[in-house]
Design a protein around this ligand. Structure first.
Ligand code: ATP
Length: 544
């Protein structure tokens, strides 16, 4: 089994992504822009296939007449596409304006900025001198990084490194300061040469701000790029109810860009400043909400497995009570063991949250806070709501049971970029295959699920005359395929393997005579002769 957790493996994945046109750094010719990424020709197809699979499986292909396994009842699904810039009051009532921040810490010496919760450190001592050495490296790189930094700080040669006395293992700087076992004055910042250069942590709102209209200047023009797609769904809840025939329980889905001014974007596309989300807000009766929460958690977990993510690298993690957002009754994260993380660590792909009636009530009444176990409108010093709601009635009237209630919400919120990255990492394999002469040749192959693969089939003519462009044209309306006549067949297979193409069809001298081609399977490497007239149906069957 290949070692799945190491930075060099991640480096090879990033390099393949660049070399084969999956992902490029944004504005690369100008030196790039930290936290922003572009998808190249293969990447755009991969990510689009992923979003299409999600939309199909959750919305367009949903059977609202059936009771799906694990679901309390049949339900309907519909969709929306909302704007990125919304009324600023949306973010005040949702809580993002006041609460959507990270703690950051600056280094006066290096002028660099770090996320407080990303810094780890440990005590190092040498000949009576002591310092709390920190690093912002993650995973397996963190501990060696502190050794190198301590060596430099104490001015030691490599062979003297063993003279350093360590006061325990790596711990979070935030926790060490909170516990009083370290102080900022003793702390050597990740890029500093002397201790005491880190500032007190400060709050930093993650929403990107912009101004609307030509007369930019006063506070009235101030607007924000959405940090999540969810709020567009909540504020349109009544529109959807009034214009379609949906009845509770039902879900509204949206796929779209979100923006967060992350303090430390890192790990390729994992933490970006501009990214896409695939979110569902599912509205149900309060009494049924716990059962719907369990349904959606399990349904979303299974979706990743069905599309081929390795079960052993996926984790479903229920949040502990003290980890829950102020409004949440229950939350689970679906996490993946990305290769850039240390063994045993996982990164979030999707959160499934039971949000109660927090969102709809916030947009009716105003920003809510938890008080004595319930939610109340937060008031300012004048006793008035701190952030006023819309005043619109967002309750639901069930005309069969004659009940009126504010629906509870279950929110499965996934990241399209993180999922694309997880599928890319999971699909990446290095193995050996026999070349044309039967000698072993190392290959890089993306074992992507055929639904996700950017190209489903490649037609590779080995003969100069009549390479069967007709077969290509017959397949093209049904699936993404490529026609490639350049280079040796081995090189052409290698190109398709790297792109994750599941099937290659080679056209040879025999093809014209008996109207067959060779179908090669990317993963099993099995080659079989198939009749040309059956290729389209055969591959369509395999795809579905
Ligand atoms: P994290 O704790 O990693 O910052 P989060 O808990 O803030 O993530 P949510 O607000 O639950 O994330 O957003 C839902 C999903 O959106 C995440 O599971 C993730 O897939 C995606 N997402 C969030 N922030 C980013 C980002 N900066 N870059 C890429 N995807 C993101």
């Amino acid at each position: 089994m290949q070692n799945q957790n190491d930075q060099s493996r991640m480096d090879r994945i990033v390099s393949l992504a660049k070399r084969r046109g999956f992902i490029f750094q944004s504005s690369e010719i100008y030196g790039g822009l930290n936290g922003f990424w572009d998808y190249g020709p293969l990447g755009v197809a991969l990510k689009r296939n992923l979003k299409d699979a999600w939309w199909h499986d959750m919305v367009a292909g949903h059977d609202e007449l059936a009771t799906l396994a694990g679901a309390p009842s049949p339900y309907e699904m519909t969709g929306l596409d909302c704007t990125i810039i919304m009324h600023p009051q949306v973010w005040k009532c949702s809580g993002h304006f006041d609460l959507f921040h990270d703690w950051m810490i600056d280094c006066r010496e290096s002028k660099r900025r770090y996320r407080y919760d990303h810094l780890h450190g440990r005590w190092a001592a040498h000949r009576g001198k002591k310092v709390f050495v920190t690093t912002d490296a993650s995973g397996d790189e963190a501990a060696p990084e502190t050794v190198a930094r301590a060596q430099k700080f104490f001015g030691l040669r490599a062979k003297q490194v063993d003279e350093i006395e360590w006061g325990g293992g790596l711990e979070s700087l935030q926790q060490a300061i909170a516990a009083g076992s370290a102080t900022l004055a003793d702390t050597l910042g990740p890029d500093a040469t002397a201790p005491g250069s880190l500032t007190e942590p400060r709050e930093f709102n993650l929403m990107f701000e912009t101004r609307i209209g030509a007369l930019a200047g006063d506070d009235e023009d101030r607007a924000f790029l959405r940090p999540e797609t969810a709020q567009g769904i909540f504020v349109n809840f009544k529109n959807v109810l009034d214009t379609s025939r949906v009845r509770v329980p039902f879900g509204i889905a949206q796929v779209g860009k979100s923006f967060r001014n992350e303090i430390t974007p890192r790990n390729f596309t994992f933490r970006s400043r501009e990214f896409e989300q695939m979110e569902i807000e599912f509205f149900c009766k309060p009494a049924d909400s716990a059962a719907w929460y369990r349904y959606w958690r399990d349904r979303r977990w299974k979706w990743y497995l069905d599309l081929g993510l390795t079960a052993g690298r996926l984790q479903l993690r229920e949040h502990a009570a003290d980890e829950l957002s102020h409004y949440s009754v229950g939350t689970a994260d679906i996490e993946y063991a990305f290769p850039f993380l240390a063994a045993g660590e996982f990164g979030e792909l999707e959160g499934i949250a039971h949000r109660g009636d927090f969102d709809l009530r916030s947009h009716m009444e105003g920003k809510l806070v938890r008080q004595d176990g319930g939610l109340v409108v937060e008031t300012g010093p004048d006793g008035k709501p701190r952030h006023k709601g819309s005043g619109k009635d967002l309750s639901y009237f069930d005309d069969i049971t004659r009940e009126r209630f504010v629906p509870h919400v279950i929110e499965p919120s996934a990241g399209a970029d993180r999922a694309t990255l997880a599928f890319l990492c999971d699909a990446y394999h290095e193995d050996e295959v026999p070349d044309e002469d039967g000698k072993p040749r190392s290959r890089t192959v993306l074992k992507l699920h055929p639904r996700l693969a950017p190209v489903k089939a490649a037609i590779l003519p080995l003969v100069k005359k009549d390479g069967m462009p007709d077969l290509y044209r017959a397949l093209k309306p049904h699936m993404a395929c490529q026609y490639d006549e350049k280079g040796s067949v081995g090189r052409r297979y290698a190109r398709q393997d790297e792109a994750g193409t599941p099937w290659c069809l080679t056209v040879d001298g025999q093809s014209l005579a008996d109207r067959t081609v060779t179908l090669r399977d990317r993963d099993s490497l099995v080659q079989q002769r198939v009749a040309i007239d059956e290729v389209v149906d055969l591959l369509r069957d395999k795809l579905s």
